[in-house]
Each structure stands twice: as C-alpha cells, then as structure tokens.
Design a protein around this ligand. Structure first.
Ligand SMILES: Cc1ncc(COP(=O)(O)O)c(C=O)c1O
Length: 341
C-alpha cells in the first residue's frame, strides 16, 4: 500500500527506533527524565521561548493552551477550518468553558481586518475575546503557509487589544522548509507555540509546547490534571530528538513531492480545483460527473493507494516519509485511471 492518507501515519524508521534503546531514562513526573528535559530545552531554543513542555499530542497542547490562557466564558478567535474547532471533540467548551469565534478565512488564513471585526468591545455582558489561534500550516486550507506579514498583522491586531496569541504549529516545520523563515521568527510574537513530532517528523507520538517559564509551570499542572503526565517519557522523547537531528530535510522532500503531484493532477479534466500546494498537503475537488470522493478512495485502495475523502467531492493527499517519488508516480497513474473509468 502507498499511504497518502495523512502524515500522522508516518512510521518510525529502524534508526529512530534504535535511538530509543540507548536513551537515558527517569521519572518525568519528578522532572528526572534527562531525555525529555533535553528535548524540551531543544524545542524551547528552536522556537525562541524560555521553556517548553513535552505533551502526549498536539491536541493536548491546544487544549492546555486554551485552559491556561482563558477563563470560562472567554472566547478564542480562530479560523472556521481549524483543528481546534473541528477535531478536538468540542473540548474548549467541554474542558474549559470557552467559546470559539470562527472566521471565514481564505484557505485557512484570515486578515487583521477579520480579527479587528471579531474582537468584542469591552462590555458587561459579552464574552471576553481572550486568545487568537493561528494554524501554521493551515491543514484544511490545503497546507497553506501563513505569510509572515499576515502573521505579524493578525498578531499585532490581537495584541493591541490585549489578546494572547497561540500558534498550532503541527506542521510549522513544513512552512519553514517552504519559506526559509526560521521557526523562532514565525513564533516570535506568539505567547505559546507547539510543534508536532508524530506527523512529518516521523516519531510515534508527542508534541512540545513552548512559552514563558510561568506558562510552562501552569501547563504542567494541567497536563497532570488531564492524566497526560508520563513516567519514562524519554522513550518517546528520544524518537523526537532523533527526528530533529535527522528528519528536518525530509520536510523539504515532502513539500517537493506534493508540489509535483499537485502539478500533474491539475491537468486531469475531472479535477475542477486544486488548492494551492504550498507544502505537503494537496486538497482537490472532482467534477460532478466524476466518481464521488468515497468511490475514488475505495477504488484507489483496491489499487494499493490510500488517500482521504474530505467531503462529497473533495479529497486530500498528504506526503511524508512513508512515500517517495515512485509512490507519487503510482498515485498519479492510478488516479488518472480511476477518474476516467
Ligand atoms: C493542524 C493540526 N493541529 C492539531 C492536530 C492534532 O495533533 P495530534 O494528532 O498530535 O493530537 C493535528 C492533527 O492532525 C493537525 O493537523
């Protein structure tokens, strides 16, 4: 099977697994796991922040950021396509009593004018606009990279009204690979930012959130409260450190493979729209007279290629270290055949 469903399916390499065996371990809850501490220090530096906390997942990073930054009744401004809104079980409401105020951005990217309009005036009866969320890259926006000027403008607008800024950087390193802008520069004006290790970086699980030392102390308490505190977490952190040492370059390769697939399928007459392919995600729509998205997924599966249906006629292809140029060629050939069947 060639698996283009998601970069979350990236399988740890043998070398990554071997790096775990020799990792020094301890009890993370007592701050005694040296490998986890090393990873946290390394990510804090990468993102230009004082401190960082290793979490079990990116979802936990988002939810803990909401919990620490907001009070019940507060509001988070985010894009309507964001992971926080669509794929986290309504947890801002369920866990923190927090509302989401969704903006209709273009490919997951909104403007400072949108933010200005969304921020509520100070009032005795309205929710308090407390936090701005930016997703870099925008997943359902087709992996779109937020331009730095847009980030600076939306964060500047939010900060001028006293909001906290939080970046969901699940695929920040794909954006870095594309633009050449450093992770610390992207993260500069955000109070908190996290990166995921279980996607393009290829680790089995884990994400690290960075911010001030005070934020990280509070985040740790919330991690404990949610049952996310681990023991010998160096087993996981070692894989993440291996990824930082060995899989950064992979993000560029993933972006390039996606760009080449996007260019080739754009020419298919049954494909009506391919969202701009900035990074490792290709989102495309098929015509009304083509098979539906789920029919295409099923037929492609029969031919040994996995991809995802994201709507009646919308599909998604994601590249990561599971797939190479040969897999990309197979995908393009099989898709052409399925679409013309
Ligand atoms: C943009 C974005 N944010 C957050 C997450 C959640 O990350 P995790 O799977 O590590 O919980 C994902 C996962 O796909 C994502 O795509």
């Amino acid at each position: 099977m060639y698996d283009f469903y998601s970069d979350t399916k990236s399988i740890p390499t043998k070398e990554m697994l071997e790096s775990i065996v020799s990792a020094p371990l301890g009890d993370e809850q007592k701050a005694e796991d040296p490998t986890t501490a090393k990873l946290e220090t390394r990510v804090a530096k990468l993102l230009g922040k004082e401190a960082a906390v290793f979490m079990i997942s990116g979802t936990m990073c988002n939810e803990i950021a909401v919990k620490v930054h907001c009070d019940p009744g507060d509001e988070v401004i985010c894009d309507a396509s964001s992971h926080l809104l669509n794929f986290e079980c309504g947890s801002p409401a369920a866990l923190s009593g927090v509302l989401l105020n969704p903006l209709q951005g273009t490919n997951g990217i909104f403007t400072s004018a949108d933010v200005k309009n969304a921020i509520r005036p100070k009032s005795r009866y309205m929710p308090i606009s407390k936090m701005l969320l930016v997703e870099q890259t925008a997943n359902l926006g087709g992996g779109a990279v937020w331009p730095l000027e847009t980030i600076d403008a939306v964060v500047g607008e939010a900060k001028s009204h006293g909001l906290v800024a939080h970046m969901d950087g699940a695929r920040l390193l794909n954006a870095v690979a594309k633009s050449g802008i450093s992770p610390a520069r992207y993260a500069r004006d955000f109070d908190t930012v996290w990166i995921d290790f279980s996607k393009g970086l290829g680790a089995p699980c884990g994400a690290v959130i960075a911010g001030t030392t005070d934020f990280c102390l509070q985040a740790w308490r919330q991690k404990q409260a949610l049952g996310g505190a681990m023991r010998q977490s160096g087993v996981l952190a070692a894989a993440c450190l291996y990824a930082l040492d060995n899989h950064i370059e992979q993000q560029t390769m993933d972006n390039e493979l996606a760009a080449s697939i996007g260019e080739r399928i754009m020419a298919f007459p049954q494909i009506t729209n391919v969202m701009p392919v900035d990074t490792n995600i290709i989102v495309f729509d098929v015509a009304d007279n083509a098979p539906t998205a789920t029919e295409i997924v099923d037929r492609m599966k029969d031919r040994g290629v996995l991809l995802g249906a994201f709507g009646e006629r919308r599909l998604r292809i994601v590249t990561c270290l599971n797939v190479d140029k040969n897999a990309g060629d197979a995908l393009v050939t099989e898709l052409a055949s399925v679409l013309s069947d």
